[in-house]
Design a binder for this molecule. Structure first.
Ligand code: GLV
Ligand code: MN
Ligand code: MN
Length: 420
């Protein structure tokens, strides 16, 4: 595939441009899972699948699938997928680049009448981004049977229950506590994604071949103090929930810095979501809720962090004026990508004449969930300044086209390996 070909470049540019229109108008680029904009984008995507002559379906986990059926009669599937949902005020490329690359790949295969010994399915995995229900990768967790009743029964801030939303979009929430039957037919899951970091750009490399994806843990922390008049309650008589929270925020920031330096492995911790109640200038904060997002490629550093944080909270509960509770709300384990697929991706990038490097992911991905049960691997393409999860996120169309060429070579290599 000629990645410089104007037809591919225009196709990719055009599709990204069309998708970016499905956003909350006042908060570009925001297409939260199950929102009006998300439903509209899915109608668009379904239409794209149909225009490419794919058969369209939604699986039990709510993933939107377009399948190019093999001319031979087979159940075997190769999936090329990513996601079209975004974080609030996110970018135009996170997830979207992978879905558009998959569409371009299918177009090339159809235009060139390439026969494959397996069915090739494009997946828009449902709700990859962390959402108001406190869970990411809904569609891929559902595929592998990793959504339990507690998660499915969660309500969001508007009281909408997750399982009702999954059912409304065409899924079947009753089937998601064990792996879906399709899992046994999957030969490989492939994903193209922007790097969301700076390594490829700094080293001027075309392609990153992902070797591992860190564990992700999320904790809700609730700090209960006592609201009161900011003018009359003296300083030594307060139970200020925000002041106690700030002590936790500073504590984990320092702890994560130390652990990341000690382990020399990927280790980052963030509090990016915090709600202060009642959030008024003349009232002492009575309650704070915040979410800790912890990512680690080291089991022992993760355990050390949780132990030290629990001890800190215990001490603050004993000696402070606020009551602090911490709950684990989500966990995805550290995973390594399928070694054969990593090697094949490397060979594929090399035969496309593209510079590449094997690397570890800092972000979480649907491919991490899938890799727990089926052979899965992914590639990164550069993104400007490593910026992601913000409107400034940018990837060059040529770089997406290069990644698409690697996906194609990969599919051709897998076809060769799987021919009877
Ligand atoms: C996915 O976007 C993540 O939060 O890593
Ligand atoms: Mn993503
Ligand atoms: Mn993301």
């Amino acid at each position: 595939m000629d990645f410089h070909a104007q037809s591919n470049i225009s196709f990719i540019r055009h599709k990204i441009h069309e998708l970016e229109k499905f956003t909350e108008k006042k908060r570009p680029f925001t297409r939260l899972v199950f929102s009006k904009e998300f439903y509209e984008a899915r109608v668009w995507l379904k239409d794209e699948y149909l225009k490419l002559g794919l058969s369209v379906s939604t699986d039990e986990a709510g993933n939107l699938i377009g399948t190019l059926n093999s001319k031979i009669n087979t159940d075997k599937i190769i999936i090329v997928g990513s996601h079209i949902d975004t974080v609030p005020s996110g970018g135009k490329f996170d997830g979207i680049a992978g879905v558009v690359a998959a569409l371009c790949l299918i177009k090339h295969i159809k235009d060139n009448d390439i026969n494959l010994p397996f069915n090739l399915a494009v997946y828009d995995y449902l709700g990859e981004e962390l959402n108001d229900w406190g869970i990411s990768c809904i569609g891929t967790r559902g595929m592998i049977g990793a959504l339990n009743q507690e998660i499915l029964s969660r309500g969001n801030s508007s009281g909408n229950i997750l399982k009702d939303e999954i059912n409304k979009i065409g899924g079947n929430s009753k089937s998601l506590t064990k792996p879906l039957p399709t899992i046994k037919n999957i030969l490989a899951c492939l994903e193209l994604h922007i790097e969301q970091g700076k390594i490829l750009e700094q080293k001027k490399l075309d392609i990153g071949i992902v070797r591992s994806i860190p564990s992700i843990s999320r904790f809700n922390v609730e700090v209960n103090g006592q609201a009161g008049h900011s003018g009359t309650i003296l300083m030594d008589q307060r139970a200020d929930a925000l002041v106690a929270s700030s002590e936790i925020i500073t504590f984990i920031n320092k702890l994560a810095l130390i652990l990341s330096q000690e382990s020399n492995q990927h280790f980052v911790s963030t509090i990016g979501k915090i709600t202060v109640s009642p959030n008024a200038a003349a009232i002492i904060p009575g309650k704070v809720e915040m979410t800790i997002d912890l990512r680690s490629s080291s089991k022992s550093s993760r355990e050390q962090y949780i132990k030290e944080l629990e001890e800190k909270i215990e001490l603050m509960n004993k000696t402070g004026t606020c009551k602090i509770d911490m709950n684990n709300i989500a966990y995805a384990p550290f995973v390594e990508m399928d070694k054969e697929l990593v090697k094949l991706f490397k060979d594929s990038a090399n035969s496309c004449g593209l510079t590449n490097q094997i690397m570890d992911s800092g972000a979480g991905h649907d491919t991490a969930q899938l890799s727990r049960l089926v052979p899965a691997a992914m590639i990164f393409i550069p993104c400007k300044g490593g910026l992601s999860h913000c409107p400034e996120e940018h990837a060059e169309i040529l770089d997406i086209s290069k990644g698409t060429a690697v996906l194609l070579k990969m599919v051709e290599n897998l076809a060769m390996l799987n021919r009877a």
